[in-house]
Design a protein around this ligand. Sequence first.
Ligand code: 5GP
Length: 206
Amino acid sequence: MKRHSGAVLVLSGPSGAGKSSLINKIFDDIGDCYFSISTTTRLIREGEIDGVHYHFVSEEEFIKDIENDLFLEHAVVHGNYYGTSMKPVKEALSAGKLVLFDIDVQGNTAVNSRLGDITTSVFITPPSLSELKNRLQNRSTDSEEVVERRIKMAKREIQRISEYDYLVINDDLNEAAELLRLIAVIARVKMSNDELNNFVQLWEDI
Ligand code: 5GP
């Protein structure tokens, strides 16, 4: 049966879990996909490019987009606004692509409530809290205060792991990437309720 609509793969987990490295590692091996570039009001970090890693906007612009109902979901994370614009996601789904989201637990709840039938969710974490601390401190792009805030947040987010379909522990990068690649391949097969109903209808019509 030919598929027309795409599917969604949500990736969540604390900053420092290695989500970006994992996505980069599997991106070319999981077929036609679209990585959703979020919009944020947080300050741009060294090495980040506007329009590639995020769309960096002012708080005023972000609030205007909320009022114009342009977001599929949005949330305040670590005191900054983050949001997923609806339009590119809709276009990618209509083109049959697998849409990848790197969003927090609030975003996962929101995406599941709107696109739950085609969504697979994965929580990615380092093997331990102390390993997370090491990774964040070694990254040295954030102040001590920001690192502390991220660790506190990680402790809170980990409590909601059961809301996810899969847990990937990123200890060995290659092993974690292989597991994530398999999950992404399976995520694409998930059918929307409409597609399932159409399939059932074909049987009725015979
Ligand atoms: P960072 O500032 O380290 O890039 O991201 C901080 C957190 O915000 C991460 O947990 C990331 O998954 C989350 N995040 C990034 N973009 C979005 C978004 O569009 N929506 C939501 N809900 N969370 C996001």
